[in-house]
Design a protein around this ligand. Sequence first.
Ligand code: ZN
Length: 189
Amino acid sequence: MRRGFKTEAERLADRTRAQLGLKPDAWLEIRDLARHLKIEVHAADEFVEKKDLEELEHLQPGCFSAATFHLPGGRTVTVYNPLADPGRTNSDLAHEISHILLRHDVREIQQIAGHTFFTCNPEQEEEANWLGGCLLLPRQLLLREAFNGADPVSLARKYTVSVQMARFRLNASGVLLQVKRARSNRGQR
Ligand SMILES: [Zn+2]
């Protein structure tokens, strides 16, 4: 990731959340953000047969999470896999919205089960993961939860995000370290 991106992403997430009137430590309903940005969100089984999605999942587990289409007339449509659990879906939607907020361009076109999906380059994927985490689990929220002893599984359940995202944010944001330091300072007094 390029230098300075992480800090920029935290700020962009804070600004974006503030546009929705959210406090820095408040839970974000990701579909509210999609609506705010005029992104249409649809489950993939509105367009393809659910059994085709199940077959795809069986052949290549986890290969389709979500994808965003820029349609003529300026419509932006994000399609997610309805077979995923709600936490996973929220994290996937945050990832897709992050691509849009970061103005990533569409680079690759992938054919899956006869349907066209877009994927991005690895650096953009990493950036979208980072920003997505900042949107759903902002620093202030993480810090409060980390002080209360949250672990990835309980955090994921409480805020309906993927366990993977909760674990990543707890570690990468540095809040666990911050809590540990605060505790040991307190111990010394
Ligand atoms: Zn992506």
